[in-house]
Design a protein around this ligand. Sequence first.
Ligand code: ATP
Length: 357
Amino acid sequence: MARLTINNLVKRFGDFTAIDNLSLDIADGEFITLLGPSGCGKTTTLRSIAGFIEPDEGDILFDQKRVNDIPPNKRSTAMVFQSYALFPHMTVKKNIAFGLKMKKVNKTEAEKRISEAIELVGLTGLEGRFPKELSGGQQQRVAVARALVMQPDILLFDEPLSNLDAKLREKMRVEIRELQRKLKITAIYVTHDQAEALVISDRVVIMNKGVIQQIGKPTDVYNRPNSAFVADFIGTANFIDGTVKEKLEADTWLLETEIGNIKTMTEYQLALGDQVLLSVRPEDLLMEKGSENTFQGVITTQTYMGNFVDYHVEVAGKSLRIQSNGKQLFEEGDSVQVHFRPEDCTIVEMKDVNQHE
Ligand code: ATP
């Protein structure tokens, strides 16, 4: 186990800045996910931690010790790759044993670690098989066992489940999470799958264009996105433009918006006349009359999805997406009342800000 600190990391490829002044502090035993769109710098960050990439600026510290100049094989990290990277001509057991052999770990110790790892990942009985005789999920378990036997301080995952089908991915992400909890190893996991990040992580780091946009617990980044980018990248969001009209209570404000007056709660210090962008999740919009924030709309599309119904509802000329549990089914053309709670709409951007006192 180790604490990982990254201070002001910069990595350029020619004129292009892949990581732009990234700082991050990861606690002992914490499970962190780097999440973001393709090309945002997740893998470059992970490979810098492993030592495969040399940063241009900044420091990487394991337990407060700078490791920039320490080669990858001396860093006490182990990586699980998307492609599994198993040796095809070696059995499961030999694949798992390989790193220990390279490190010249003595035979008794190696045997003990190998059988523990095989048991941990649930591969008992398959030790003598070759990779081509295993399913995708079993191959991924070998890759995880191969990393675990090295007893790394920090476990690195580079999109390890991308090659598996959706059902298996859901199962494996829970397995990885449980294993990490049991072993309490500091883990850094790269993915562009937001659902995976929310399920697996203690904290999620959302990146865009080499920069961290937000760091937080899954519930924080989902319910309190700090920007339109995060609100849109994690889940789906309706964005509504508004202007601050009145202060109602300490943290409750009335906004004049493109769909009518909206009451919102925020920790932002606002001033009258500030222009803001609001985000409301489709599942927080309810098709019923509420005591506040109720609007009249017309259903323009209805898509039945089984566990929910996806609607587009036009309110004052604006199309809002609503996901409803489908207990009460509306049809296209129906007039409906739409309502959401003040705490369920989040200010994600301050646009034109007046002078605050
Ligand atoms: P993905 O989800 O597609 O794997 P990522 O967030 O992991 O994306 P990186 O692989 O870290 O992204 O790449 C970040 C940016 O740096 C990309 O624009 C990529 O093209 C660029 N890049 C990465 N490695 C190199 C390299 N060796 N030479 C030049 N550019 C590179």
